[in-house]
Every structure is written in structure tokens, then in C-alpha cells.
Design a protein around this ligand. Structure first.
Ligand SMILES: Nc1ncnc2c1ncn2[C@@H]1O[C@H](COP(=O)(O)OP(=O)(O)OP(=O)(O)O)[C@@H](O)[C@H]1O
Length: 243
């Protein structure tokens, strides 16, 4: 059997504080290459903070983070932004067409997005080519989120960070996005780190799951762990007894 357990993102004794608050406490874990890892835990556990450390939006106070084996602090910021994409719940957009929004990451790099490439990106997220010239303001929430995901794919990221990307969507759109992320993972081998409050989603879309509480990663394993956690606090959280 071949082993495919290479880390794509590796945390080594990472600490992060805001003023006196110790937000992340000595995190030493790896996100495996080509896998979808879901991140769950109570509000304020530090999930978003951890995600922001993965793309250099925040830097650790101590410890090291490696992306593809290279210390994140030695990446050129533009290179890092290309390598690690991020999509958020709010899917911030600029006024104008879908094409204009898709092209944004390249425009910021002084480049252009060819229409053919833009059509391919839309196709990848299950939107018809006719959407390209539609004003972004006319799109539904689910369609906007698909454009937001397509926009992160412009740079062909090897790591994709997702923060609550389906929480404001109806069930059908939610399911479409789940399928879409699975497809991107399989087609491109993209490593995906996905924060969700939806435990059912964490179970079904993830290969692996991390449970965070109070700035610590307290349990990790295959996503089935959410059926039978070892840690008592995780068991209480899953029963809804820890907010
Ligand atoms: N800019 C900030 N200033 C002060 N405290 C902050 C700031 N950003 C985050 N925090 C605090 O850090 C802790 C972790 O926040 P974080 O957003 O990472 O948690 P989370 O697990 O993503 O929560 P949620 O599920 O509610 O989004 C929280 O206690 C939060 O109040």
C-alpha cells in the first residue's frame, strides 16, 4: 500500500495571542495533502484565527508554520496568495459583472483573465457561460458563493481555506457547494481546510476532522470520529452541551 500522508500545512508549536488573551495554544498538527479536513468547535475556539495563520493574514507569536514544507515566513506574499486560496461566508464582491469579479485576483497582479479561462472556471463551479456578463448584484446567494469559489480557483491554489461558506445558504445550494468542493478536491488534488458549524456537513464532506476548543486542537482523526469521539468534552460538544 502506498502512503499518501504528506503534510500540506504543518503547525509546529504555534502560539497566537491578542493582547492578554492566549487565542491559540501550542498547536502542533498537520493538514494532509490532497485531503479535506473539516474544522469544528464552539464559537470562539480559535478556528478562524487558525485559518488566517495558514495564508499569512496573521503571523504566530511563536512556533512555525510550514506550507508544502517551506516556512510560511519565507514565502513571497504574492506566491503565498497564489498557493493558498480563501473563501469566506460573506463572499465579498465588487460592483460589476461576474467576469470582473473573477478577474480580480489577476488584475491585482497586473494580469488579465481570458474569457475562455473564465468560462472554464464557471464550468468548474457548475455555472453556465451566460453568467459571465451578468451583474453580480443579480445573482442569488448560492450563485455568488459559486463565483467566490471560482475566483479562488483563478490562481490554481494547492491549498483552499473555507470559512463557513454554506452557512447562509438554503439546503439545495448548500448541497451543491458541498459536491462542488468534493469535485475540486478530486480533480485537482487540492488540500482543503473547511470550517463549519454544521456537524453533519463536517462528517460527510471531510476525510479528516479537527475539533477545537478554547484555543487547542483537542481531537483529530478521520471524520467518522464525530460518531464516536474519545474526548469527553468533544462528546458533550457534539450533544450540544458545550456552546
Ligand atoms: N481582532 C480581535 N480582537 C480581539 N479578540 C479577537 C479578535 N479576533 C478574534 N478574537 C478572539 O479570539 C478568539 C478566537 O476567535 P476565532 O474567530 O478564531 O474563533 P472561531 O472558533 O472561529 O469562532 P466562530 O466559530 O464564532 O467564528 C475569540 O475569543 C475571539 O473573541
Amino acid at each position: 500500500m502506498t502512503t499518501d500522508y504528506k503534510p500540506a500545512v504543518n503547525f509546529n508549536h504555534v502560539n497566537y495571542s491578542i493582547e492578554d488573551a492566549h487565542i491559540l495554544k501550542n498547536i502542533s498538527e498537520s493538514f494532509l495533502e490532497g485531503k479535506i479536513t473539516t474544522l469544528v468547535g464552539p464559537s470562539g475556539a480559535g478556528k478562524t484565527t487558525l485559518l488566517k495563520l495558514c495564508n499569512g493574514l496573521l503571523s504566530p507569536d511563536s512556533g512555525e508554520i510550514f506550507i508544502k514544507g517551506k516556512n510560511i515566513s519565507s514565502y513571497d506574499p504574492v506566491e503565498l496568495r497564489r498557493l493558498v486560496g480563501i473563501a469566506l461566508q460573506s463572499a465579498p464582491m465588487i460592483n460589476g459583472s461576474v467576469l470582473k469579479n473573477l478577474a480580480l485576483p489577476l488584475v491585482l497582479q497586473g494580469k488579465q483573465l481570458a474569457e475562455d479561462e473564465a468560462r472554464n472556471l464557471l464550468h468548474d463551479v457548475g455555472l453556465e457561460a451566460e453568467f459571465l456578463h451578468r451583474p453580480i448584484k443579480d445573482l442569488s446567494g448560492g450563485q455568488r458563493q459559486k463565483v467566490s469559489i471560482a475566483r479562488t480557483l483563478v490562481n490554481h491554489p494547492q491549498v483552499l481555506l473555507l470559512d463557513e461558506i454554506t452557512s447562509s445558504l438554503d439546503r439545495v445550494s448548500q448541497q451543491e457547494i458541498e459536491e462542488l468542493i468534493g469535485k475540486i478536491n478530486r480533480k485537482h488534488g487540492t488540500t482543503i481546510i473547511w470550517i463549519t458549524h454544521n456537524l453533519q456537513q463536517a462528517r460527510t464532506v471531510g476525510h479528516y476532522t479537527w475539533v477545537m476548543m478554547n484555543g487547542e486542537v483537542i481531537e483529530t482523526g478521520k471524520s467518522e470520529l464525530l460518531h464516536s469521539p474519545v474526548n469527553e468534552k468533544v462528546r458533550l460538544f457534539l450533544k450540544g452541551e458545550v456552546e
